[in-house]
Design a protein around this ligand. Structure first.
Ligand SMILES: [Zn+2]
Length: 146
């Protein structure tokens, strides 16, 4: 006799497109569907089916840590909020201006903000772990000292 599959209620809910790895705090993971009885990619298959039920297997994009999450209930949409490490338009605009310092033609704040908005419409950008956001005065301070 086999053990019945684990019900989905025992799994944490699906964490969406911006999951936070519990081992290395990286914000990104691959997702693979696993059918009931299918072994996870970090398990050695045996002769009997896995006792696990249907689930979504998440694999951290940085460290490879694997964890299971519940399926999304039918009809439910996942609205993934951006994590705290996501870069804002203002922060990206400031970084663009800072990276443009020293070039013959300056990058106006309005142009940097427009570029930042367009980039964030296409890309997900995050602060590197341990790298705090630059204070808003950094660019002004650099210009004042140069
Ligand atoms: Zn990780």
């Amino acid at each position: 006799m086999t053990t019945p599959p684990t019900p989905d209620a025992a799994l944490p809910p699906f964490s969406g497109d911006n999951p936070l790895c519990g081992k290395c705090s990286h914000v990104d993971a691959y997702t693979d569907y696993r059918a009931a009885g299918e072994y996870s990619s970090n398990e050695r298959p045996r002769s009997a089916p896995s006792p696990k039920g249907e689930r979504l297997e998440r694999t951290c994009g940085r460290c490879g840590f694997i964890w299971d999450e519940a399926l999304v209930p039918p009809g439910e949409l996942i609205d993934s909020p951006l994590p705290d490490t996501a870069v804002t338009v203002a922060e990206l605009a400031e970084a663009l201006q800072e990276s443009h310092a020293g070039w013959p033609l300056g990058l106006s704040p309005a142009c940097a903000e427009a570029a930042a908005e367009q980039l964030l419409d296409r890309l997900r950008v995050y602060h590197r772990t341990g790298t705090p956001a630059s204070p808003a005065t950094t660019l002004t301070d650099q210009k004042a000292t140069s």
